[in-house]
Ligand binder design. Structure first.
Ligand SMILES: Cc1cc2nc3c(=O)[nH]c(=O)nc-3n(C[C@H](O)[C@H](O)[C@H](O)COP(=O)(O)O)c2cc1C
Length: 344
């Protein structure tokens, strides 16, 4: 029996049943197609694209075009849209559906300044009337499932996730991701899961719990504490796409999976870098690789020193040779499901 087949009640987003309970969070500047592919290969049950602005006048920029490129990606393709105008969001949803999106996710979770300056992202949560208009307009505009990603509220005094969750359910939203922080908290303090538990108890659409989940044990705890249908992983996946396999393994067995071998680490990093060169071209690919390689190396004692050597490299071949010096010549590797495990 496979690990995922142990579950009988895996969450569905409309007609799409997820293969497990571990989802990659949308992260602008991180969850591009090359990274999403690594996460999917290593067990993410769903991946969500970086947010795309609802202002289609901006879609002709290189940034928007690469964000909207899903060529060759397996389904279901979840595309996140961000904006503050109901009609523009509805049109953006419909156009993305025409271009191949299979799930539309509305961003009410992101505190990024440039989104919030236009009263978008998590700033929307302050205006419940506008939230209602947006949810109705987007759901009406497409015949694919629409999901919503939000925070627990605007600030401590207006923790209105429950009100918005009920509005979302009656508008026809098919699943909700909730980051256990208010907008005002940004990323400070610790995520709380009581609000997520309260939302789960109040609505019957699938709930995905998000915030500070960085291990199988934490995922198990959050699922049990909130009753959520899945966990959503953001920062803990940076430089660590293996976290999806490790959480799946823990949820299925209660055992902590050992991390990847050096050979597998090298293989995944090489595959990731080649995908970046292919996707962005050599010039941008080399630069974007620096950020990801920095994260991959961050857990090593010599990580900072290695990054100092890696960052000035200007050509794909220089970066390839760096990995060869670090890990040896590329070799075919047989990737096992868990690379061994030990009791929790
Ligand atoms: C670099 C970065 C970019 C992000 N971009 C988005 C985004 O485009 N849309 C969104 O809804 N949330 C965005 N987020 C928020 C994450 O999806 C997630 O809710 C948050 O990081 C909390 O989860 P974590 O503790 O697992 O990282 C971003 C977070 C980070 C760190």
């Amino acid at each position: 029996m496979t690990e995922t087949s142990l579950h009988t009640d895996l969450p569905c987003i409309g007609m799409h049943q997820l293969p497990n309970r571990v989802i990659l969070a949308p992260m602008a500047g991180v969850t591009d197609r090359p990274f999403r592919q690594r996460c999917r290969e290593l067990g993410a049950g769903l991946v969500v694209s970086e947010m795309v602005t609802s202002d289609k006048r901006l879609w002709n920029t290189v940034k928007s075009r690469t964000r909207m490129n899903h060529a060759g990606e397996p389904g279901p393709r979840a595309v996140q849209i961000a904006g503050g105008d109901a009609e523009m969001l509805a049109e953006a949803a419909a156009l993305n559906a025409e271009m191949g999106a299979e799930i539309i996710d509305i961003n009410m979770g992101c505190p990024a300044k440039k989104v919030c300056n236009k009263a978008a992202g998590s700033a929307l949560m302050r205006d419940e009337r506008l939230v209602g208009e947006i949810l109705d307009a987007v759901v009406r505009a497409v015949d694919i499932p629409v999901t919503l990603k939000m925070r627990t509220g605007w600030c401590d005094d207006t923790r209105n996730a429950l009100i918005i969750a009920r509005m979302a359910e009656s508008a026809g939203i098919q699943a909700l991701s909730i980051h256990g922080r208010t907008r005002q908290q940004k990323y400070t303090g610790e995520a709380e899961y009581d609000t997520i538990a309260a939302v789960k108890a109040a609505v019957s659409i699938p709930i995905f719990a998000n915030g500070d989940i960085d291990s199988g044990e934490k995922a198990r705890h959050v699922l049990d504490y909130t009753g959520a249908d899945a966990v959503m992983i953001g920062r803990a996946a940076q430089g660590n796409p293996w976290i999806f396999r490790e959480i799946n393994h823990y949820l299925a067995t209660g055992q902590v999976a050992c991390g990847p071998s050096d050979a597998e680490r090298a293989h995944v990093m090489r595959t990731h870098l080649e995908a970046l060169y292919e996707f962005y071209g050599d010039y941008m690919g080399v630069r974007i690789a620096r950020k990801h390689v920095g994260w991959y190396l961050a857990t090593r004692e010599d990580g900072s020193e290695l990054k100092r050597h890696f960052n000035p490299l200007e050509e794909p071949d220089d970066q390839r040779q760096f990995l060869t010096r670090l890990f040896g010549e590329p070799e075919g590797i047989a990737r096992t499901e868990t690379q061994g495990s030990h009791a929790a």
